[in-house]
Design a protein around this ligand. Structure first.
Ligand SMILES: Nc1ncnc2c1ncn2[C@@H]1O[C@H](COP(=O)(O)OP(=O)(O)OP(=O)(O)O)[C@@H](O)[C@H]1O
Ligand SMILES: [Mg+2]
Length: 323
């Protein structure tokens, strides 16, 4: 382990800090959630490596993350706020669509940022993910086309915030999204689920419905805090709800080559997660933060920008190339 400045530390060390720092799931009565306390002692690396097949010889090893068969349903999750989940779901989704993959972005965050970032007015929705999760409305009734060919969005509205509480007494409350997606999953090559910044029931629904988890990690101070807790939650969902779930992909975002700290985070994350970490790192650029206010993914807003080039490369790496 490299010597790191205070505030970075090891992933395991971070998890210990985090469990006592009040970052808790929003629904403490959930059995999945209350089981966490017992499993916090588990090494964060265990959950992410147990499904990895025997190592192929160096020459034949594919570069980057292992690519599962289509359709791939990817939960974009990290309970830390503002780490680039939505930016990654929207722009990776747009670039996968641009490569020819039929792609659906499911907005599971009451903030509705993925929806507005794709040009949807979340105040005038006939149906939203709230109705899908709480009222058994078929998901195809809320799916809308975006301005990018092949890219669709299942939008969220503010009332989804109530779902965390309203779901508590609901039947099969952790599997609502999985059941909803079962109706449409064969219509898409990629489904990207933009999770909210919590480990509550909405994120559990996202992970239960997914075939894999993608974790964006900011190349910044405290970026690794809470990562152990996130990985253990993935492990709990895997054990209790979704046996094949795995963290397949780590994306380093908001990379600023001018800071030494960014490279230290990159080194530590690569040491821990190896091939799961995408080679392409997403740079910190103003254009990426401006695009959502125009309701456009970066490849439409500024196709030749560094952010657009980076997300295009990321999409190739994640998918293996054009459809
Ligand atoms: N690579 C980047 N360069 C510059 N700004 C970025 C980049 N990625 C994201 N941002 C900006 O950082 C902020 C947080 O990003 P984003 O909304 O994607 O994070 P999030 O994890 O989805 O947040 P939340 O937890 O609130 O859902 C946004 O204002 C976004 O525009
Ligand atoms: Mg978000």
């Amino acid at each position: 382990m490299t010597d790191l400045p205070p505030g970075i530390g090891t992933i395991e060390g971070r998890a210990e800090v985090n469990t006592s720092s009040g970052v808790e799931p929003q629904v403490p009565t959930d059995p999945l959630v209350s089981a966490q306390a017992d499993s916090f002692g588990v090494d964060a690396r265990v959950d992410t490596t147990e499904n990895v097949p025997d190592e192929p010889a160096e020459a034949e090893r594919p570069s980057g993350p292992v690519r599962p068969p289509l359709p791939r349903i990817i939960a974009v999750a990290n309970q830390k706020g503002g780490v680039g989940k939505t930016t990654t779901a929207v722009n990776l989704g747009a670039c996968l669509a641009d490569l020819g993959y039929r792609t659906l972005v499911v907005d599971l965050d009451p903030q509705g940022n993925a929806s507005t970032g794709l040009g949807i007015n979340i105040r005038g929705l006939q149906a939203s993910m709230y109705d899908v999760i709480l009222n058994d409305v078929p998901i195809e009734d809320c799916i809308e086309a975006s301005s990018v060919r092949n890219l669709f969005v299942a939008p969220a509205s503010l009332d989804l915030a109530g779902a965390e509480i309203e779901l508590v007494p609901a039947f099969s409350r952790e599997l609502r999204l999985k059941q909803a997606l079962a109706e449409v999953r064969e219509d898409y090559d990629y489904v990207l689920i933009d999770c909210p910044p919590s480990l509550g029931l909405l994120t559990i629904n996202g992970m239960a419905a997914a075939t894999e988890v993608l974790v964006p990690i900011q190349c910044e101070y405290y970026a690794l805090e809470g990562l152990g807790q996130l990985l253990r939650n993935v492990g709990l969902v895997q054990k209790n709800l979704n046996p094949t779930l795995d963290v397949s992909t780590i994306v380093l975002v908001m990379y600023d080559a001018r800071t030494k700290l960014a490279d230290q985070v990159v080194t530590e994350v690569r040491n821990h997660f190896g091939d799961k970490v995408c080679r392409m790192m997403i740079p910190r650029t103003v254009r990426l933060s401006e695009a959502p206010s125009f309701g456009q993914p970066i490849i439409a807003f500024d196709p030749s920008s560094r952010g657009a080039i980076a997300y295009r490369e990321l999409a190739k790496e994640v998918s293996g190339g054009p459809a």
